[in-house]
Design a protein around this ligand. Structure first.
Ligand code: ZN
Ligand code: ZN
Length: 275
């Protein structure tokens, strides 16, 4: 486990109530916007985690004694220490729920970065197993289990429902001899999608867009004539349809690519994905 301790964060020992055991662990997301730029900025993960503690300590209505979560998990595979093991969480919705289960937060957003990458899932799994070794039972749930909330959001909750498995190493389909397998860089693709209103005739900002558009054409989600190398309105709508086909709904199918849906598309249509 790659742990960033409270000491490394510059925090004192937790003032949260001691609690030696819990029935299991509940998984949470941020419920807010997590900017895509975080993928290339681990310092941003740490800053976001610190912001949560600041906001929780400033929350007079709840009267938190510390950041509400026991641990956090970031996009780069790090576990961020919160209250830690052996302390009661304040994040599960009410006092009874806080006694039943520990709480871990994935730095996943409601907008921006909405689909966890493998690094984040490894870190969540590390935090869960660490809590299990220190008094947590085997139950793994989402915040919405037993409490009226959207947390932890569609993509993360579907992972929880599968039993929160550790991601397996993905073995690509063997490419055809002589044919190079294209690699699509997710963060560059997202930048192109955010920056590219369709501007026909202007230079293409990222060549990987063409690879994804070809795949969407092959899936009959995008008209061939609209595959122009720009991740504009039509491409975004087509990608949203692909996300819906993958089972996402509402804001989770907004047409901004996420790692899970893009990897699925690549597996079917012959490209690899790097976060
Ligand atoms: Zn939550
Ligand atoms: Zn990070």
């Amino acid at each position: 486990m790659k742990l960033i301790t409270r000491g490394a964060l510059g925090w004192p020992a937790s003032a949260a109530p001691a609690q030696a055991t819990a029935g299991g662990v509940k998984v949470h997301y941020t419920g807010g916007d997590v900017p895509v730029s975080l993928l290339k900025n681990h310092a941003g993960c740490v800053a976001l985690w610190k912001d949560f503690r600041k906001a929780h300590l400033a929350n007079v209505a709840e009267g938190y004694s510390d950041i509400a979560y026991n641990y956090g998990a970031c996009w780069h595979g790090y576990v961020l220490e919160g209250r830690g093991a052996g302390r009661r969480t304040g994040a599960n919705g009410n006092q009874a729920l806080n006694r039943y289960d520990y709480a871990v937060l994935g730095l996943v957003g409601k907008t921006g970065l909405t689909e966890p990458n493998d690094g984040l899932l490894h870190a969540l799994r590390d935090a869960i197993e660490h809590l299990q070794e220190h008094g947590a039972g085997n139950r793994i749930g989402g915040h919405q289990d037993g409490y009226a909330t959207l947390c932890p959001g569609g993509p993360l909750y579907s992972w929880v429902r599968k039993g929160a498995p550790r991601p397996t190493v993905w073995t690509p389909v063997v490419p055809k001899p002589g044919a190079g397998r294209p690699v699509v860089d997710l963060s560059k693709l997202i930048s192109a999608a955010l920056a590219d209103p369709p501007r026909s005739g202007t230079p293409v900002s990222y060549e990987g867009v063409r690879v994804v558009e070809d795949a969407l054409v092959e899936e009959r989600l995008l008209a061939r004539a609209l595959a122009d190398g720009h991740f504009g309105t039509a491409t975004r709508a087509a990608y949203g349809l692909w996300q819906m086909r993958c089972g996402y709904k509402g804001e989770d199918a907004d047409g901004l690519p996420g790692l899970a849906s893009l990897t699925k598309l690549g597996k079917r249509r012959g490209f690899s994905v790097t976060p």
